[in-house]
Design a protein around this ligand. Structure first.
Ligand SMILES: NC(=O)c1ccc[n+]([C@@H]2O[C@H](COP(=O)([O-])OP(=O)(O)OC[C@H]3O[C@@H](n4cnc5c(N)ncnc54)[C@H](O)[C@@H]3O)[C@@H](O)[C@H]2O)c1
Length: 460
């Protein structure tokens, strides 16, 4: 395994033989396949839950693509992911130890194993997207990267510029906003564009659930160090993920805007932290609110409401809806983009006014996680234009501006958020295990939290 000297797990778990054996990341390695070969190879950067899923989705495509390199900042994450993938895709996982890379610069080692036209997968927390995307473009690699793409203005502008650069180099870029690859939502989108429910005037998204992921955190205790702890609890920190609102609500924000064929021009919001301690009384220290209600306005005056909640015991609602001048649609019946979608000639989803219902789970598979890869691979193989990066950045900006409006208690426009100067992890490309974390805890272990009406020009 190629282990960077500043690797935390090297210190924590392998300060012996592996350290001695490990080559350094960044050492130039030969490409695993000669340029011009038909074999498509992928490298996985960020070997967590979604990373393993995305690599498996890639290897399930025709061809089939092979996984040839992996990178993570924790060697135990890489090891577990490798073992799972190898077990399930034995013949397509070709990642010997010298193509496993550990450290903040591990992404370079993994991408250096690819030839031009192969695919790099980015499934780390979003703070590192622009760093990894920039390197992939330099190397002429196609990319699949997970949502959200950005959490602040400066990185959004940077990613938009990189998106343009990728298109100029004819690179194909897929973004994990999977709703756009759901066959049910694709048909619904077409029906809405054809006027089936009239002009859209109101869109509604609900991601209301108990606390999930790492959205709530109590005080850090001991290992791992501050930076690595924040990174591993990325939903708790705005620099790492955009917080719970961005990470959890972006699918609904994105597909509702897609149905409308527009991005909202401004947002106002309310949000608060009702529960300040865990059920056993320990104070929460993260940067999230536990409830958000965002009102977005489109240029034509139409509204979109996105409600996000992470609260035990409150009603769970996880669905989205669109209302038009001639009727309404259930966009996602359950989950990020769960079938069946349906349209109605009334403003309530009554059976007697049903116009259309998409296929249901019982009618056969429609897996957007696989579909999004099929679209990317098809574009690569047939050299079709395919770049979802700018749209992914816009969806990230819209979600972030809703969060920003709740956190500051101020109305904010799309342009104001995009052009804001506050960058949440300005040194994301220079981080090492010993770097100070982008936010610091106070004497009680609490991180800078939003205070609407008090901190009005920045989120924290
Ligand atoms: N499209 C979807 O439906 C969907 C579902 C789940 C997660 N996601 C997205 O995928 C991303 C990852 O989420 P996850 O649940 O897999 O998280 P995770 O914590 O399970 O995995 C992230 C992995 O990245 C590694 N990592 C962190 N920083 C790194 C760096 N600089 N270089 C290399 N590796 C690094 C971590 O050690 C970890 O193994 C998030 O952006 C999340 O929003 C998308």
């Amino acid at each position: 395994m190629n282990t960077s000297p500043n690797s935390p797990s090297l210190r924590r778990e392998h300060s012996g033989p592996l350290a001695a054996a490990g080559a350094l990341t960044g050492v130039a390695l030969p490409h695993v396949h000669a340029a011009g070969s038909d074999q498509l190879s992928v490298a996985l950067i960020g070997c967590g839950g979604r990373g393993g899923g995305a690599a498996a989705n890639a290897m399930s495509q025709s061809g089939p693509p092979k996984l040839v390199a992996m990178a993570d900042v924790f060697d135990h994450r890489l090891k577990t992911s490798y073992e799972t993938l190898k077990r399930r895709h034995k013949d397509q996982v070709d990642v010997p130890d010298d193509r496993k890379f550990i450290g903040f610069d591990a992404y370079k080692g993994a991408m250096d194993c690819l030839k031009k036209g192969d695919v790099a997968i980015f499934t780390t927390p979003l703070a590192f997207r622009w760093v990894h995307f920039k390197y992939a473009i330099e190397k002429g690699l196609n990319v699949f990267m997970e949502k959200p793409l950005t959490a602040d203005g400066p990185t959004s502008r940077r990613m938009l510029a990189l998106a343009e650069e990728a298109s100029k180099k004819n690179l194909k870029v897929g973004v994990g906003l999977k709703s756009r690859h759901s066959r049910a939502l694709q048909e619904l989108h077409k029906r809405i564009q054809d006027g089936e429910i009239g002009d859209l005037t109101l869109l509604r998204g609900y991601r209301m659930q108990g606390p999930i992921g790492s959205a709530v955190s109590t005080k850090r205790r001991g290992e791992p160090g501050e930076l690595m702890w924040q990174r591993s609890r990325f939903h708790s920190f705005l620099w790492a993920s955009g917080g719970g609102f961005s990470d959890f609500c972006i699918h609904h924000v994105d597909h509702l805007c897609w149905m409308k064929n527009a991005w909202p021009v401004k947002a106002q919001a309310v949000g608060a932290r009702t529960f300040r301690t865990s059920p056993d009384g320990e104070p929460y220290v993260d940067q999230n609110f536990d409830s958000y209600a965002v009102e977005y306005t489109f240029a034509d005056g139409a509204k979109m409401y996105m409600n996000g909640r992470n609260m035990l015991g409150a009603a769970p609602i996880y669905a989205s809806f669109a209302h038009g001048t001639k009727g309404m649609a259930i966009v996602s019946k359950q989950g990020d983009c769960g079938r069946p979608s349906s349209t109605y000639r009334s403003q309530t989803p009554a059976n007697e006014s049903l116009l259309w219902r998409s296929k249901d789970a019982k009618d056969g598979p429609d897996d957007p996680f696989l579909n999004e890869w099929a679209a990317l691979i098809e574009a690569i193989r047939n050299d079709k234009p395919f770049n979802e990066a700018a749209s992914g950045v816009n969806a990230s900006v819209v979600t972030s501006m809703g969060r920003y409006a709740a956190h500051t208690g101020q109305e904010v426009t799309f342009d104001e958020f995009l052009n804001h100067e506050h960058e949440y992890a300005p040194n994301a490309d220079k981080l090492t295990f010993d770097s100070p974390a982008p936010v610091q805890a106070d004497k009680d272990g609490k991180y800078p939290a939003p205070q609407p009406g008090i901190k009005t020009k920045r989120e924290y």
